[in-house]
Design a protein around this ligand. Structure first.
Ligand SMILES: Nc1nc2c(c(=O)[nH]1)N[C@H]1C(S)=C(S)[C@@H](COP(=O)(O)OP(=O)(O)OC[C@H]3O[C@@H](n4cnc5c(=O)[nH]c(N)nc54)[C@H](O)[C@@H]3O)O[C@H]1N2
Ligand SMILES: Nc1nc2c(c(=O)[nH]1)N[C@H]1C(S)=C(S)[C@@H](COP(=O)(O)OP(=O)(O)OC[C@H]3O[C@@H](n4cnc5c(=O)[nH]c(N)nc54)[C@H](O)[C@@H]3O)O[C@H]1N2
Ligand code: SF4
Ligand SMILES: [Mo]
Length: 768
């Protein structure tokens, strides 16, 4: 890279603002050559193919925040931070963590985060540190949205399932607004195409008339929190009208009888009415799924952060399964992930003969269910603010902002302050970093090798390793380097033992593969430290300074071993380690994304996690909850003190979790205002553009009012990721918008996985 202030070269990378991670091309330059000055979609990216939404153009606001960290910081007694050098930071952090491990045990050191919407590569290198400290418990943002969904996928399919939205004839989108939040590739184009095609049907279930719902053939404006009734009514209608492929079910599923039994007496019309829907629409939607050649569904936070969230995920999958929409092109499929499955067989205990799970992994203090290796985020403060002997004593936080983004910021701050040691690795001085004892500055995602492990495409699966496009700012380091230095300070392996591997790496991958086999057969214990070993031995030999890509060698080898056919279909040749090496070389050479496997769509059942390759439809806990719906009572009842339902955390055109902190990136107030239906506003005497106070069980905040006819009466909506502290022109911290988790509580959460009900926060409005 040069220091020139302008480059006319277009460099490939990806947008890091949502988990679609569109491939983009950027030009760098501007002041000190440190800016991303131009951005366009990368047509060579195998899945985004040149697509971006409005946000990618503004990633320089992420890259060049005024509150970017540039040097390690240590907190003083008086709460101020002092700049320290890296050697001091590394040795103090390592020795303090070691002391906590020695006195209380490594399982009292907790890990939060490790990656956001655009960055998972660095977090992977923490594995060696975690092993060296004997750590056991961790979590990240997935455990406040996707763990209920993951648990259901594991129990029904034994793996991660994804809908082929781009090809299905009928698409059912529940609690998701992809027009704004994307989440699948080329979302706006895909929605337009679907809507235009007379042979395809788009069904959107959302209380709001979202931008996506406007394109729908059938919009189901469900009452918040009552999706379970709506979806149960759809399934009941299909079963009662016998619109099911009986032979297909007999061949591919077990537990069908229990499902038929449970749904046969459900009063479809009553359930639809209770869900606030016209029964005719519910039946029409059900038939559009049952009668289609192919159907797929996509759900997100409107299901996963609302009452009955785990049940909601179950019902959505059940709807697809009873209609035979699995394992064929254009339906639902079990994915292959380069990293191994996010959620899979290791996440569930065996079912008993009635279909109930027996035994599951538990967190040490509250006994909360662990899925995907993740402790439910809503229980973490309780696992710290306790006198239980197993309480967590220290926390590593990397690429996450839990003091802002997790339910109940009050409790999270209290919990962080109760810990003996908090170490934060971030690019910016976040709300969480402010609570840390040590803050370690990471290079940004455009200054280092980076990637996300969210690869959800099917049948062609794509991975995108990104090369840096800018020089690192200040004294920052990449996470792989930070973790390697911490690991070395923990002093667990003799550096001399790595020399043969380093030498072999210089000779080539084939030599390295052999040397590696020898190395681990000499000491199988070394597998625990794999990321570190690869980084320091294979890393230095990789082209273009791509040491951070060394971790792919292990991933590519494992993936090629477990899925050789998929890898070969993608065009790679060789057997055993050779095939893995071919895949590895392609991934590290590809700058715009690499197809790493192509699945056989006609072998859709081969990837089902159970030995008999059959879907499990009887999840007994869920069928019990379906039965309980018969009482027609809300899980969270509204009382007269809090008569409105606040959806705390809507995705809008200028929100990106907390990746961008500078409020100037937003082009309108739309990003910070609270939406309310004009009728509700009139009843409360609130003018468009006026101010009001919103009050919840947990707190209150002053909000800007925006009248919005898209809203369902009785509901309110505030954007997510706002209310961040950011320095103004004078350098003083200024707050823009509302920090929604000052308003949310830890206790409103899912019964099974503890995911919060952020879309269902009882609230009231008061004049200011
Ligand atoms: N612009 C932007 N895009 C993003 C992000 C961002 O911050 N900004 N964040 C990314 C992340 S981390 C995620 S997880 C995704 C989330 O993506 P989405 O889930 O699409 O995001 P939300 O806007 O939180 O919620 C989706 C919808 O749920 C609806 N909803 C509320 N209550 C209910 C209910 O009870 N039932 C139903 N059926 N629907 C309900 C809301 O009206 C809303 O339209 O977005 C990703 N993309
Ligand atoms: N009430 C309410 N709360 C919500 C939501 C909601 O809808 N309502 N949505 C939730 C959802 S779905 C999610 S996913 C979470 C997201 O919550 P978090 O997981 O906390 O994610 P982010 O806010 O994206 O924070 C990512 C952090 O990574 C830092 N960062 C960026 N790049 C790098 C890097 O290269 N290295 C390092 N080390 N750090 C980096 C950023 O500065 C930021 O502090 O928020 C959740 N919170
Ligand atoms: S924010 Fe927009 S451009 Fe960026 S990854 Fe998501 S969809 Fe793509
Ligand atoms: Mo998320």
């Amino acid at each position: 890279m040069s220091d020139a202030t302008q480059s006319s070269e277009w460099k490939p990378t990806a947008c890091n603002l949502c988990y679609a991670n569109c491939g983009i091309l950027v030009q760098t330059g501007g002041e000190n050559g440190r800016h991303i000055v131009k951005v366009k979609g990368d047509k060579n990216h195998p899945v985004s193919k040149g697509y971006t939404c409005n946000k990618a153009l503004r990633i320089d606001y992420y890259q060049n925040g005024k509150d970017r960290l540039s040097t390690p910081l240590r907190r003083n007694e008086d709460g101020t931070f002092e700049e320290i050098d890296w050697d001091t930071a590394i040795s103090e952090v390592a020795s303090k963590m070691k002391a906590i491990r020695d006195e209380h045990g490594g399982d009292k050191i907790f890990r939060y985060g490790g990656g956001g919407q655009g960055n998972h590569l660095g977090g992977a290198y923490f594995g060696s540190v975690s092993s060296a400290l004997g750590m056991k418990y961790k979590t990240n943002a997935l455990a406040q949205e996707k763990t209920g969904y993951g648990w259901i996928m594991a129990r029904m399919f034994g793996g991660n399932v994804h809908g082929e939205i781009h090809h299905a004839q009928t698409v059912f989108i529940a609690g998701k607004n992809p027009w704004q939040s994307n989440g699948f590739q080329r979302a706006r184009i895909a929605i337009r195409e679907l809507s235009k095609d007379p042979n395809r049907t788009l069904i959107v279930m959302d209380p709001r008339l979202t931008e996506t719902a406007e394109f729908a053939d059938i919009h189901l404006p469900v009452k918040p929190g009552r999706d379970a009734w709506a979806t149960s009514a759809m399934i009941a209608h299909i079963l009662q009208e016998d619109l099911v492929p009986r032979d297909w079910l007999a061949e591919h599923a077990v537990g069908v009888e229990a499902v038929l039994e449970r749904f046969k007496n459900i009063p479809v019309e009553d359930y639809a009415n209770y869900a606030g829907l016209d029964p005719a629409d519910v039946k029409k939607a059900a038939e559009a799924i049952a009668n289609a050649n192919t159907a797929a569904h996509y759900e997100d936070l409107g299901i996963q952060m609302a009452p009955h969230s785990t049940l909601g995920s179950y019902l959505n999958f059940l709807l697809m399964a009873v209609t035979g929409n699995f394992g064929r092109p254009g339906t639902m499929a079990v994915l292959s992930q380069l990293t191994g499955p996010f959620f899979g067989m290791s996440d569930i205990g065996p079912d008993d003969e009635n279909g109930y799970e027996t035994g599951h992994k538990k967190s040490p203090v509250t006994g909360a269910r662990i899925v995907g290796g993740l402790v439910p985020c809503n229980t973490v403060p309780d696992e710290i603010l306790s006198d239980h002997p197993n309480r967590y004593r220290a926390m590593w936080i990397e690429s996450g902002n839990p003091a802002h983004s997790m339910a109940d910021s009050h409790k999270w701050r209290e919990a962080l302050r109760a810990l003996d040691l908090v170490v934060v690795i971030d690019v910016a001085m976040t709300e969480t970093a402010r609570e840390a004892h040590y803050v370690l500055p990471a290079s940004s995602q455009y200054e280092k090798w980076e990637a996300t492990f969210f690869n959800f495409e099917y049948p062609e699966n794509v991975h995108h390793l990104r090369a840096p496009v800018l020089e690192p700012v200040g004294n920052t380091l990449s996470e792989p380097e930070i973790h390697a230095r911490i690991f070395e300070a923990l002093d667990v392996i003799d550096p001399a033992s790595l020399e043969p591997l380093k030498e072999a790496a210089q000779k080539g991958l084939a030599e390295y593969s052999d040397a590696f086999t020898q190395f681990v057969s000499g000491d199988p214990n070394m597998f625990k430290y794999l990321p570190y070993v690869l980084y320091r031995t294979l890393g230095p030999s990789l082209p273009d300074g791509a040491a951070a890509a060394s971790f792919y060698w292990g991933m590519a080898q494992r993936f090629a071993m477990t899925n050789p056919e998929g890898v070969k279909r993608a065009g790679y040749e060789g057997e055993g380690a050779q095939l893995g090496n071919a895949l590895f070389e392609a991934i590290i050479a590809g700058r715009s994304g690499t197809v790493f496997s192509i699945e056989d769509e006609n072998e859709g059942f081969a990837k089902v996690g159970f030995d008999d390759k059959k879907l499990r439809l009887n999840i007994a806990e869920m069928l019990d909850e379906v039965e309980a719906l018969g009482d027609m009572t809300d899980l969270v009842e509204l009382d007269s003190d809090f008569p409105l339902i606040l959806a705390a955390g809507e995705r809008r055109s200028y929100t990106a979790n907390t990746a961008i902190r500078n409020p100037d990136w937003m082009k309108s107030n739309d990003a910070i205002s609270m939406s309310i239906h004009p009728e509700d506003a009139a009843a409360a005497g609130l003018k468009d553009g006026g101010r009001a106070k919103v009050v919840t069980h947990a707190g209150e905040a002053e909000v800007l009012i925006a009248h919005d006819k898209r809203m369902k009466p009785g509901t309110l909506s505030l954007p997510n990721g706002l209310g961040l502290l950011y320095p103004d022109e004078t350098g003083k911290d200024k707050l823009t918008g509302v920090s929604v988790n000052e308003l949310t509580s830890l206790r409103f959460k899912d019964k099974y996985l503890g995911t919060p009900f952020h879309k269902f926060v009882p609230a009231r409005l008061e004049a200011v």
